[in-house]
Design a protein around this ligand. Structure first.
Ligand code: KIV
Length: 272
């Protein structure tokens, strides 16, 4: 029987029984509800919202207050899945105390079940401090968008032996620090397979091939809501931008030519 993820502890149970973990992003109550009803385990209020919802050029400008605002909205729409808050740039890197306070806001103010933070072994002490405070944490290694500049841009990571070894080391360090799962972003499939098999902690891949213990995508990519952004790793299951564009143009046409609204969409008779 399929395992229902009720707490972050159930993620490891899923890994043990080789059941895939499913995670998607949401930024508001409507998508939170739709994604929840589809049957995902985890809904990530990702800082990708900076780009897909707030119109920033990267995730760097996203603030804690913006993340909390959106996490609260998502949480209101979700009944079953666990909601995960993504700690934005400089909300946790500066020190343990600030990391614990900001991570705690996701639980206390938005009702999240866990937080996610980007970074390798260097961030492990901070991750451990947040876990010690009683807050479940998902790590995130490989291509880490908040520091993509340092990584040479939005590029696949871990292609050569040295950086692959560094990523394996990062994964071990974060698991030892108490991470309840690790997002592996844009790394070669066989490296993701090795990391996943070496860890007890589940891995959740995005652009990391089929051997991870779970998969995550940005919902906007999956639904085709950003027509000019079509990354190799994101399968488009629908073309909603096209559907929305057609519907919006039809509305404009019908208002212009007077075919909307009709009696069907009006209150009372149309003539006296
Ligand atoms: O912010 C985000 O949406 C993410 C996913 C890409 C994992 O971190």
């Amino acid at each position: 029987m399929a395992i229902t993820v009720k707490t972050v502890g159930d993620l490891a149970t899923k890994k043990k029984s080789a059941e895939k973990i499913i995670m998607l992003t949401a930024h508001d109550a409507v998508f939170g509800a739709l994604i929840d009803q589809a049957g995902v385990d985890l809904i990530l209020v990702g800082d990708s919202l900076g780009m897909v919802a707030l119109g920033y050029e990267s995730t760097v400008p996203v603030t804690m207050d913006e993340m909390i605002h959106h996490a609260k909205a998502v949480r209101r729409g979700v009944k079953q899945a666990l909601v995960v808050g993504d700690l934005p740039f400089l909300s946790y890197q500066v020190g343990e105390k600030e990391a614990v306070v900001n991570a705690g806001r996701f639980l206390k103010e938005a009702g999240c079940a866990a937080v996610k933070l980007e970074g390798g072994a260097e961030i492990a002490p901070i991750l451990a401090a947040v876990v010690r405070a009683g807050i479940p944490v998902i790590g995130h290694i490989g291509l880490t968008p908040q520091t993509a500049g340092q990584l040479g841009g939005f590029k696949v990571q871990g292609r050569d032996a040295e950086s692959a070894a560094r990523l394996s080391h990062d994964a071990q360090a974060l698991a030892a620090a108490g991470a309840c799962a690790l997002v592996l972003e844009c790394i070669p499939a066989l490296l993701a397979r090795r990391i996943s098999s070496e860890l007890q902690v589940p891995t959740i891949g995005i652009g990391a091939g089929p051997y991870c213990d779970g998969q995550v995508l940005v919902t906007h990519d999956l639904l085709g809501l950003l027509p000019h952004f079509d990354p190799k790793f994101a399968k488009q299951y629908a073309s909603l931008a096209e559907v929305a564009g057609e519907a919006l143009a039809a509305f404009c046409r019908e208002v212009e030519n007077g075919t909307f609204p009709t009696a069907e969409h009006s209150f009372g008779p149309l003539t006296d």
